[in-house]
Design a protein around this ligand. Structure first.
Ligand code: MLT
Length: 257
């Protein structure tokens, strides 16, 4: 993937210490709307649609999450931002690990939400390829139909479900497929955890079925000094399902630095 960012769709808004918000799969920067509304008064928020998602075109058919990390650093360079706090949810967390591996000097603090450090199992990789072909053959709505039940808790509101469906269906099938293949190829970040030396907050929805609290607890045990917040009544996309509690945890952490 090229690191050209000229067609990137990036919301850059608010005033204060910079915070990069990295979205989940198969969503876009739009998933951060509740946090944008709450935090833009006090932080400068950099909220990209990753390549192939939302309004940012796919710049190569095949890319890696390391390419994503380099692309994000290009966005920071263009803005003259030397160091930022980084928050990534799920796939956004995988990209945050790639940032740590390749550009750790750019990160002041880390928020790992509803994510995991490990790589995919062989079965997981095969499932990614099945879903990539589903996206290519049947479009984004087929991915929404398949994934929505696992993105939110069983008690999620109809509004939260509708919000996620609209974001997913706004994505190009080729972007969804490329990200699935990139996630399947991602490195295992487990050994990186012991080297994390910036303040770190881990957030997880108590009913997260994809990256459950046990994954969050494992990261918490391995990252010295990290904080762990488990949100009640929240599934995988916890920032949408419990926006106020998620923002409170995020803000409390950022304010404490
Ligand atoms: C996400 O929410 O980003 C995805 O569920 C991550 C994954 O599929 O591993």
């Amino acid at each position: 993937m090229t690191t050209l960012t000229e067609n990137a769709h990036v919301r850059d808004l608010g005033n204060g210490a910079p915070l990069l918000l990295i979205h989940a799969f198969p969503l876009s920067g739009a998933m951060w709307q509740p946090q944008i509304e709450a935090l833009a008064h006090n932080y400068r928020l950099i909220v990209p649609d990753l390549p192939g998602f939302g309004k940012t075109p796919l710049t190569a058919d095949a890319y890696s999450l390391d390419d994503m990390a380099d692309w994000l650093v290009s966005l920071l360079d263009e803005r003259g931002l030397d160091r930022v706090a980084v928050a990534g949810l799920s796939m956004g967390g995988y990209v945050a690990f790639a940032l740590l591996r390749r550009h750790r000097e750019r990160i002041t603090a880390l928020v790992l939400a509803d994510t995991r450090a490990g790589a995919d199992s062989a079965e997981g990789k095969a499932g990614r390829e099945t879903n990539a072909q589903l996206a290519e053959n049947e479009g984004a709505s087929a991915i929404a139909n398949k994934m929505l039940p696992s993105l939110l808790s069983p008690d999620a509101s109809a509004a939260a479900t509708a919000t996620l469906r609209a974001i997913i269906e706004g994505n190009a099938p080729a972007g969804i497929a490329a990200a699935l293949r990139a996630m399947a190829r991602r490195a295992d970040s487990t050994e990186l955890l012991a080297d994390i030396s910036v303040p770190t907050l881990i957030i997880v929805g108590a009913q997260d079925a994809l990256t459950p609290p046990s994954e969050a607890q494992a990261m918490h045990s391995a990252i010295v000094g990290s904080q762990l917040v488990e949100l009640a009544n929240a599934g995988h996309i916890a920032n949408i399902e419990q926006p106020e509690a998620f923002t409170t945890a995020l803000q409390g952490f950022l304010n404490s630095m």
